[in-house]
Design a protein around this ligand. Structure first.
Ligand code: GDP
Length: 140
């Protein structure tokens, strides 16, 4: 059993489309083990995206991710990291496959609707960034 961190990004909440994304997640059989809404400060967004510090889009990305509330979730199941990234689609929505969330709901390479951890180590860091063990179903 694996867990991953999923985020519904600010522009989706602003557009009132978060329920659509949650429905897609449930329809695809993902187990939601934890979920909450948070509004990050720019500094917190920078700590979450620390691997991108120094990149040309870091400033814009942290500004955007702190521009409004987001919904953070822990998804759990076999191979969930890869399965969730596959349902998300490519980073750039214009290059994402038909039927993926980013193709359906992404606006551009930055405002691409959702986030998903890319490896088990990243997932562990990202889940613990937002959730205590007590907030996650089964403590897993
Ligand atoms: P992901 O794993 O598919 O989310 O992609 P990355 O880890 O490479 O990038 C993290 C996030 O930074 C993306 O989801 C986008 O929101 C943003 N991002 C990535 N590349 C760019 C870019 O070239 N320009 C801008 N403005 N944002 C980007």
């Amino acid at each position: 059993m694996q867990s991953t961190l999923a985020i519904i990004k600010p522009e989706i909440l602003k557009k009132g489309l978060s329920g659509k994304i949650i429905s897609i997640i449930e329809e695809h059989g993902f187990r939601i083990s934890a979920m909450k809404m948070v509004h990050l400060t720019k500094d917190q967004a920078g700590r979450f995206y620390h691997v991108h510090r120094g990149k040309f889009f870091f400033e814009e990305l942290t500004q955007y991710m702190s521009s409004g509330p987001i919904i953070v979730m822990v998804l759990s199941g076999d191979n969930v990291i890869e399965r969730w990234r596959s349902l998300m689609g490519a980073t750039d929505p214009s290059k994402a496959k038909e039927g993926t969330i980013r193709k359906l709901y992404g606006t551009d390479i930055q405002r691409n609707a959702v986030h998903g951890s890319d490896a088990p180590e990243t997932a562990a860091f990202e889940i613990s960034f937002f959730f205590s063990k007590m907030e996650i179903e089964n403590g897993s």
